[in-house]
Write a protein that binds this ligand. Structure first.
Ligand code: ARG
Ligand code: ASP
Length: 689
């Protein structure tokens, strides 16, 4: 009886209309949401957000590089993003003499701004529904292969047409809702982007891995760039003659800040979500994949940490590697916990039960069962591929060997690769990771999903340890001088190297035995989702659906709000400088703030200086650096993270736990002024109040 009530409650929960805070909406269709946004406090119009007839807020937002967002804050191309988005560029400019990562960097005039090879920013010119054009010539009876070919041909023609006039134009046709809709996105890409300012890492990365994905948070996660253009204001390669770019629109900055309950919206490029998948997919993520990957990464992190704590040099070498392993590791913990807590699998199944009932006898009859069948076929292959990436492919030497082999004929590329690799390589860590990860692959992967070569080799060595000792003793790739001396004439010797043999045996196994099955079944899964997506829309005609994230520009809106992470704890959504001082500890790397911050604080009067805030906006990876705006469209923050308890928002949004974390724009202004002494930058900013 109790069970029935619970199931009933879940079923009811599943049919509730979306809460206002869930959703990442297409800017071009924001008019469909504008009433709701205004009901929640927004005071601008749909045209203010997105317009192709006049400058709108979209013209002040960019895709920064290929995985972050940035926003324009001056008429001279000044751009804000996160410190962690600019990190690799700041690092490249750093050396022992100029350690910008450690000390920060502030250009004191435009001539001191630093160019960044390879860095681009992309402005969305416009986005158009091209479903009819893309599907022209497709008909029900045709094969999927013919249909694909037709879609590709139509898309190519659209892209060609869209990019033929105008410098720096790029276009992409993106399938939304699993190919039920197609949109053409036209971008203008600028490629001279210079570093203007970055706080010391002890501010920009304050809290490090300890605080990553956490609240209370006090990270000053920002960096400042400037876009340059040719004299015609159009995209151009780096040149000393280029001039600051004049955007169609820049953002006004609010110095009033936010308080609990205030309306906020985030304009940016979320990377990837899967909100409409079946319970089986969520089960795989939350109960299979995440827990296994977390355990594997815990082992790797423990090994790295052990050596990092013994030596300052090793800590520097591995800090960035450690950070990238730890980032997803922590996110997955929140994701799987959240999926379990929210009962997402059960509520999806309850939803599917009602869907089946509705679909009986119609064209979608059997569709959900078909999807379950496809996952049954996919999962063991997918698991094997995930093990491959999380074990064998984490052995640094093996990866390096394969990269060197590909560059044997290119002495310069090879030596650059070797320099970078050996600068940050500590062999004892790699040896220990080899032993742990090869061991995990052997003990945790089903025999039928191991390369035959692997089983034979391991058997011939007798133990993983013996294999490890032999590989590291014999491989030429552990020795920088030998790597530098390698040339094309050494191809045969390279092929015999134990690191290359391991790398190639696995690569061959993957491409022959795993990848073909996976791609075929994934294709079928996507096709089935094309139907299931459309079917869900017919099943729930009154529900507002938003397309899954795909790194295209989206608007999310919500409000400033804390949350309760567990019984008897209630988080307040705003953090202040006082909290930084409370955490400050010169003996803890993550919490050792620069002396200047201590001095400023000691002067008094800065207790209430806001630092970060929480809100209910639905964001994802890629939204880092996104502008967070208030009801009047003025910039109040820069998005940089979510709370770990809510990271399952990529699969299911839990209004009680899903919060995005933003830097309060006033902390940026504070650091620029007091730490960077670069308040000359304020002269070109526009303040709303
Ligand atoms: N968790 C944030 C995101 O997914 C920030 C990552 C960078 N910071 C760090 N401490 N690793 O990108
Ligand atoms: N920190 C993420 C990013 O870099 C944002 C998130 O996952 O919430 O895009």
């Amino acid at each position: 009886m109790k069970k029935t009530i619970i199931l009933l409650a879940m079923a009811l929960l599943a049919i509730q209309p979306l809460r206002a805070d869930e959703g990442m909406w297409l800017p071009a269709l924001i008019s469909q949401r504008i009433d709701d946004m205004q009901k929640n406090g927004f005071r601008l119009t749909a045209e203010d957000i997105y317009s192709i007839n006049q400058a709108s807020l979209k013209d002040a937002v960019v895709l920064f590089g290929s995985g972050c967002t940035g926003e324009l804050v001056s008429d001279d191309g000044l751009l804000l993003t996160n410190h962690h988005c600019g990190y690799s560029y700041i690092q490249r400019h750093s050396s022992v003499e100029h350690d910008y990562l450690k000390d920060g960097f502030w250009a004191m005039s435009r001539s001191e701004e630093l160019p960044n090879r390879g860095l681009t920013v992309s402005f969305l010119e416009r986005m158009d529904d091209v479903t009819a054009e893309v599907l022209k010539g497709c008909h029900d009876g045709m094969s999927e292969a013919d249909r694909d070919a037709r879609i590709r041909k139509n898309s190519d023609a659209l892209i060609k047409k869209a990019t033929k006039d105008g410098k720096g134009l790029q276009a992409r046709v993106e399938a939304l809702y699993y190919g039920n809709q197609y949109y053409l996105f036209i971008y203008k890409v600028y490629r001279d982007v210079r570093l203007v300012g970055a706080p010391p890492s002890s501010i920009g990365k304050f809290g490090g891995e300890t605080d990553n994905w956490m609240w209370p948070r006090h990270t000053g996660d920002f960096s400042i760039f400037r876009i340059y253009a040719g004299r015609d204001n159009e995209p151009a390669d780096y040149s000393a003659d280029n001039v600051p770019f004049h955007p169609k629109r820049s953002m006004r900055i609010s110095r009033t800040g936010v308080k609990p309950g205030d309306f906020t919206f985030v304009y940016g490029c979320p990377g990837s979500t899967r909100e409409y998948v079946i319970g089986e997919d969520v089960h795989y993520i939350g109960y299979e994949s995440d827990p296994r990957k977390i355990a594997l990464r815990t082992t790797r992190l423990d090994i790295q940490k052990k050596y990092m704590s013994q030596s300052q040099a090793v800590r520097i070498q591995y800090s960035s590697k450690y950070a990238s392993v730890a980032n997803a590791w922590k996110k997955w913990q929140g994701e799987s916990k959240g999926i379990v807590r929210l009962g997402t699998v059960a509520s999806k199944k309850a939803y599917e039960a009602r869907f089946r009932e509705w679909a009986r006898g119609g064209r979608y009859d059997g569709l959900v069962d078909k999807l379950y069948g496809l996952y049954e076929r996919r999962n063991p292959y997918y698991l094997a591929s995930e093990y491959y990436s999380e074990t064998i492919r984490t052995i640094e030497l093996v990866q390096f060997a394969a990269q060197v082999k590909n560059r044997l004929g290119d002495a310069r590329a090879k030596s650059e690769l070797a320099e970078t690799f050996f600068k940050d390589y500590y062999q004892p860590i790699d040896e220990e990771i080899f032993e742990a990860m090869v061991g995990a692959f052997d003990s945790q992967v089903d025999d039928s999903f191991k390369p035959e070569w692997f089983r034979q080799t391991l058997a011939s060595y007798g133990s993983v340890k013996a294999w490890r000792d032999d590989l590291f003793a014999r491989s030429i790739f552990t020795d920088k001088a030998r790597v530098l001396a390698l040339g094309e004439e050494d191809a045969a010797a390279v092929d015999q190297d134990p690191a290359i043999q391991l790398s190639e045996a696995f690569a061959a196994w993957y491409s022959e035995q795993i990848s073909p099955v996976l791609s075929a079944v994934n294709k079928d899964i996507n096709l089935a989702y094309r139907d299931y997506m459309r079917a869900q829309m017919e099943f729930e005609p009154d529900r507002a659906f938003y397309p899954d994230a795909n790194l295209t520009l989206r608007v999310a809106y919500g409000h400033v709000e804390g949350y309760s992470p567990s019984d008897a704890i209630e988080y307040y959504p705003v953090s202040t400088l006082k909290g930084i001082i409370e955490k400050d500890d010169p003996d803890i790397f993550d919490y050792n703030i620069p002396q200047v911050l201590r001095d400023i604080y000691a002067e008094g009067g800065h207790d209430d200086q806001p630092v970060c805030f929480l809100a209910t906006n639905h964001t994802s990876g890629g939204n880092s650096g996104s502008p967070v705006m208030n009801a009047d469209g003025a910039l109040v923050g820069i998005n940089f993270d979510r709370v770990w308890e809510g990271t399952m928002s990529d699969v299911a949004f839990d209004p009680a736990f899903c919060r995005n974390i933003s830097l309060d724009i006033r902390y940026l202004l504070f650091v620029v002024e007091h730490v960077g002494h670069a308040s000359y930058l304020f002269d070109e900013m526009h303040f709303a109040d």
